[in-house]
Design a protein around this ligand. Structure first.
Ligand code: APR
Length: 249
């Protein structure tokens, strides 16, 4: 790690405008499992059961979704930012990082002090639930209370529509504004720092080559190798909570 870390730190120090792009790996040290590591969520739940089409088509799929949510919801609410989140918030406060693009739905970047307007949640948030047919929204724990009370398929009390956490599931349309803004910021920065993402889910993963093609440096901090390591200017195979505080002092 030492060699990659020194080079990564030198690139971050020299950068004028760093954009950070995070995935579930930055939150594992906060007790939130990621998806594709051994023991991750997709080793315990079948992702094919959690597509948007299945959710809309089947009451059983929605029951299964809310059942998984009963495990994940409280873990997300109890989770606290870790040293990796705090290091990014410090870099943002110092003006080194202009924006965080995250695939995470846990809100930990904002909880660590990153201004909400500087955090782009590409895959939405698990902390709010919305109606799929109208614009009504609730805090997630309110709807979890309905589910705990025996409502297996919660419906909107205004229009009867299906309720779903405001996360983006496989097959669900990406948020247009956030996606366009993310690619705009990745193309405008002079260094894209990816942290804790396997870079295998698109379109989010294409932020890495898009930034590189626009002339930015690419630094990857991840426990495991990724498909984009070979185009990166620096790669650090380490825990985010250990590497990030040493990237910018
Ligand atoms: N520090 C650094 N890297 C870590 C750490 C850590 N403490 N813990 C795990 N990792 C790495 C893993 O090695 C893995 O490569 O983080 C990566 C997490 O990858 P995924 O589990 O695939 O998560 P992510 O890239 O965010 O997935 C993208 O897939 O299922 C969808 O919508 C979901 O947003 C998610 C998307």
């Amino acid at each position: 790690m030492a060699e990659g870390l020194a080079r990564a730190a030198a690139l971050v120090q020299a950068a004028r405008d760093v954009v950070v792009f995070t995935g579930a790996g930055i939150s594992t040290e906060s007790g939130i499992p990621d998806f594709r590591s051994p023991g991750g969520l997709w080793s315990r739940f079948d992702p094919r059961q959690f597509t948007f089409d299945k959710f809309v088509a089947s009451a059983e799929a929605r029951r299964l979704y809310w059942e998984m949510g009963r495990e994940v919801g409280p873990v997300l609410r109890r989770a606290e930012p870790n040293a990796g989140h705090h290091a990014i918030a410090r870099m943002m406060a110092a003006g080194k990082v202009s924006c965080v693009i995250t695939q995470n739905i846990d809100g930990l970047h904002q909880k660590a002090g990153c201004a909400a307007e500087k955090v782009i949640e590409l895959h939405g948030t698990a902390h709010r639930v919305g109606c799929l047919s109208c614009t009504k929204e609730w805090p997630r724990e309110e709807i979890e209370g309905w589910v705990e009370g025996g409502v297996a398929d919660p419906r909107c009390d205004a229009c009867g529509g299906m309720l779903k956490p405001r996360t983006i599931s496989f097959g669900q349309a990406m948020p247009q504004h956030e996606t366009a803004l993310a690619f705009e910021r990745a193309a405008a920065c002079d260094l894209l720092l990816t942290v804790g993402t396997s870079l295998v889910v698109y379109p989010a993963a294409s932020l890495a080559p898009a930034a590189k093609q626009a002339g930015a440096r690419l630094v990857i901090v991840n426990l495991e190798p990724t498909d984009y390591d070979e185009i990166a200017d620096a790669v650090v195979h380490a825990k985010a909570g250990e590497a990030l505080p040493r990237l910018y002092t």
